[in-house]
Write a protein that binds this ligand. Structure first.
Ligand SMILES: NC(=O)c1ccc[n+]([C@@H]2O[C@H](COP(=O)([O-])OP(=O)(O)OC[C@H]3O[C@@H](n4cnc5c(N)ncnc54)[C@H](O)[C@@H]3O)[C@@H](O)[C@H]2O)c1
Length: 419
């Protein structure tokens, strides 16, 4: 069996690599530079080490002609939002064209990209049929296998989590269950049908967004009331059915994006999505809330605000949809200067994508009026009282959005604010 994985990003590369340990697998990406980097043993997403990449028997190509003859095509391309926060299916449609043009009789096409219920069968299948001249359901089949990987979290990698699959027919679903089951000891759930699996993925992330928004809202309230949200959460989570979420900035291209996909479909069918998007406004407004709190507390300490971390989450290099650039803008709008540091993000990408020039290092930096811990990268977690003493001006403020310095004592005279 020959497998082709289309799109070698955070999702596609680890999947293709794992598959290549069991099946003949080709990884295809439209980005030739990405393919060259991977061939040279470098994964810019940081998910795979050079050793793992070097050891993989994964074919790599940026030439779509190499997809010819595959038995199973797995599509893992991005499904982002456009500038108006509408779903952008451009990459999914382009990948479907590419696959359709190389699709042979008896093959299966499996989508891993996150979508709303109905996209695979109502939008992708017609593209595949037109490009291939074949009929879905007879000449070829489609399936859906939503991805749950969590960047920077190897404990929840492909081998360790339940995989949901669905097929156009029970036979295809079984074929996919066997395929993915080879990667995780058979830990596969076959969903009733493709739309069910698409919907399951969409609500997994929309539910997280809403729950985080709830905690973000109460964090704002508790800040006004002079309560520590983390102390409150410590007490509340002792209840057996309390849902354990923590406040913070919600970025990345899953949790902040997928609710819009579900809401888009809701509106299309005339349903008013009151809860699905309820969390978006609150979560998107957290940067402005933090900026307000800093402005109120800055006092007379001298120097700009040092922002630690620009990626969308800890210990990953992904800077897409990060909330930090928005916070830089919020502080600038209040006349507060910032300097930004990140030990993992690619400085050129941050400059191009967000227009922010990263500090090359923290050695000798400062003094700052405020140190704002935005992302809990491991080196920041290791900060000690002496680190704060060297970075901050007398009377300076430590803002700990991620609660990473809760147990770190601050030198005398410094102040602290946490969400
Ligand atoms: N990153 C995550 O944590 C995560 C988790 C679960 C699900 N998902 C979903 O998986 C999908 C992929 O996300 P990702 O994070 O891997 O994206 P990504 O941006 O990291 O990677 C996508 C890759 O696809 C390539 N690509 C784009 N258009 C292409 C085309 N037409 N043909 C071939 N290659 C093409 C890009 O060059 C890129 O390398 C999205 O739908 C996302 O919502 C992502």
């Amino acid at each position: 069996m020959r497998i082709a994985v289309i799109g070698l990003g955070y999702v596609g590369l680890p999947l293709a690599t794992a598959l290549s340990e069991h099946f003949e697998t080709l990884g295809y990406d439209i980005d030739a530079a990405r393919i060259d980097e991977l061939k040279a043993g470098h994964d810019r997403t940081g998910e795979l080490s050079p050793e793992r990449l070097g050891a993989a028997r994964l074919g790599l190509s940026a030439d779509a002609a190499d997809l010819e003859g595959a038995d199973i095509f797995i599509v893992a391309v991005p499904t982002p939002l456009d500038a108006e926060k509408r779903p952008d299916l451009g990459a999914l449609l382009a990948a479907s064209e590419t696959v359709g043009a190389r699709l042979g009789s008896g093959a299966a096409v499996v989508y891993e990209s996150t979508v709303w219920p109905g996209v695979t069968e109502e939008i992708c299948v017609p593209v595949l049929e037109r490009a291939s001249g074949l009929a879905a359901g007879t000449d070829f089949h489609v399936g859906y296998a939503p991805e749950r990987m969590n960047p920077g979290d190897p404990a929840h990698g492909i081998a360790h989590i339940t995989k949901v699959v669905a097929g156009q027919t029970p036979e295809v679903a079984e074929r996919l269950a066997a395929l993915y089951g080879a990667l995780n000891g058979g830990n596969v759930f076959i969903a009733r049908d493709i739309r069910t699996a698409e919907a399951a993925k969409a609500i997994e992330n929309a539910q997280r967004d809403i729950n985080i928004a709830f905690v973000n809202e109460v964090a704002q309230l508790f800040s006004t009331l002079g309560l520590s949200t983390h102390d409150v959460l410590d007490a509340a989570r002792t209840k057996w059915n309390f849902l354990d979420f923590t406040p913070g900035l919600v970025g990345g291209h899953c949790i902040g994006v997928d609710p819009y996909y579900l809401a888009h479909r809701a509106v299309e069918v005339g349903h008013d999505p009151q809860i699905i998007l309820a969390g978006r406004r609150t979560n998107d407004a957290m940067g402005a809330f933090v900026a307000d709190q800093i402005e109120r507390r800055l006092g007379t300490a001298e120097g700009p605000v040092l922002i630690l971390g620009v990626t969308f989450k800890e210990n990953v290099p992904d800077v897409r949809n990060s909330q930090v650039p928005g916070m830089v803008a919020q502080l600038a709008a209040r006349g507060i200067e910032t300097a930004v540091h990140d030990p993992i993000a690619d400085a050129d990408e941050v400059k191009t994508r967000h227009g922010i020039r990263l500090l090359p290092g923290l050695e000798g930096a400062g003094p700052y009026a405020c140190v704002l811990g935005a992302v809990a990268h491991a080196p920041y977690r290791a900060f000690t009282s002496a680190t704060f003493a060297s970075l901050l001006a007398p009377g300076g403020l430590v803002v700990d959005i991620k609660n990473m310095w809760r147990d770190t004592a601050l030198p005398g005279g410094l102040r602290r604010w946490t969400l």
